[in-house]
Design a protein around this ligand. Structure first.
Ligand code: ZN
Length: 325
């Protein structure tokens, strides 16, 4: 008689029959580096800290030692202006981060740059707008220019995050023109979600709610799989080397769908701030084992088809993987 528990006889038997296993090389750690150099806990993302540039080096050393191959860099500026002019400044802060990390780690760490206007503009929106109208071409062009600045400073991968039309095409063209043919474009495809909220709070300089164009306009309708897949197809058609499905938890089916429709394209999934917060809240308020919920959520994303996972749990997860948990 076939007994399904037979192949669960021991811990090693369970490991032996697994078709895939989460490894530290699947993980990408997002880091928040502050221009003002202050280091403190991020209020909306318990357990995560803002880093100074020197701290960022130490955190990256930790990541490398744990076998994590990549970081996603978010730069938190001291001041922003209407046009986001700091993005193109000579010796701008983002450039400084990439130069420093590249010098320190060379090929041992893949540096991924989040490219979006909200990092630089005072309105903190992902696109330029005028009288409530989105200036799509102006935005896409600017994203291309920012990508070149980051590539020049040492970013290996640029990740356009505004989700405006043609952003990948503009970025690829700008990189190629500037001689950065070897820099990859990893395109974010996001469904509209409240799970981004703790991250917005982490990246916003003021405590005021955001004004201007609602960026949910650019994210796809969570109900509409076709809308999401159309954006994936367009971005890959425009030259995206890799795509990021974001958030992960509510889009596990879409991760699988992208894998089926584009089997040759590396797929990342972003376990976003709200997902991270859910895991933290469960362990703090509902007696859930934090390590278990963390690994359960990451393994489900891997099983859905992600080749890479961006997660705030990266360091902790890599430590557990090392222990064979
Ligand atoms: Zn943005």
């Amino acid at each position: 008689m076939r007994i399904t528990t037979r192949i669960k006889k021991s811990k090693q038997m369970i490991r032996l029959v697994r078709p895939l296993e989460l490894t530290s090389s699947d993980l990408i750690y997002p880091i928040f580096v502050r221009e003002d150099g202050k280091k403190f806990g991020i209020p909306s993302m318990k357990g995560q800290s803002y880093l100074s540039l020197a701290d960022a080096v130490k955190t990256c050393q930790q990541a490398v030692a744990l076998g994590i191959p990549a970081v996603m860099v978010f730069g938190v500026l001291k001041a922003k202006d209407a046009d986001g002019s700091a993005a193109l400044k000579k010796n701008g802060f983002h450039g400084k981060i990439f130069k420093r990390l590249k010098k320190e780690f060379g090929e041992d760490l893949v540096l991924i740059s989040n490219v979006c206007l909200c990092d630089f503009t005072v309105e903190e929106f992902c696109v330029y707008s005028k009288n409530g109208k989105v200036l799509n071409e102006k935005t896409a062009e600017m994203l291309g220019k920012i990508a070149v600045v980051h590539a020049e400073a040492g970013a290996d991968v640029v990740a356009p995050a505004a989700m405006c039309d043609g952003q990948v095409r503009h970025m690829r063209a700008a990189l190629d023109k500037a001689g950065y043919e070897d820099v990859s474009v990893m395109s974010y495809i996001k469904t509209d979600s409240v799970l981004f909220q703790p991250f917005f709070e982490a990246m916003t300089l003021s405590k005021e709610p955001r004004k201007g164009i609602n960026s949910s306009k650019f994210r796809t309708d969570i109900v509409n799989e076709k809308m999401f897949m159309q954006k994936v197809d367009l971005d890959i058609g425009e030259g995206a080397d890799m795509v990021i499905v974001k958030p992960a938890l509510v889009n596990l089916d879409l991760i699988l769908r992208v894998k089926q429709m584009h089997p040759t394209i590396p797929i990342a999934a972003y376990q976003v701030s709200g997902e991270y917060a859910i895991n933290k809240l469960l362990s703090e308020n509902a007696h859930v084992d934090e390590e278990k919920i963390m690994m359960e959520s990451l393994n489900s994303i891997k099983r859905a088809g992600a080749d890479m996972i961006l997660t705030y749990h990266a360091l902790e997860a890599a430590k557990l993987i090392r222990k064979g948990k």
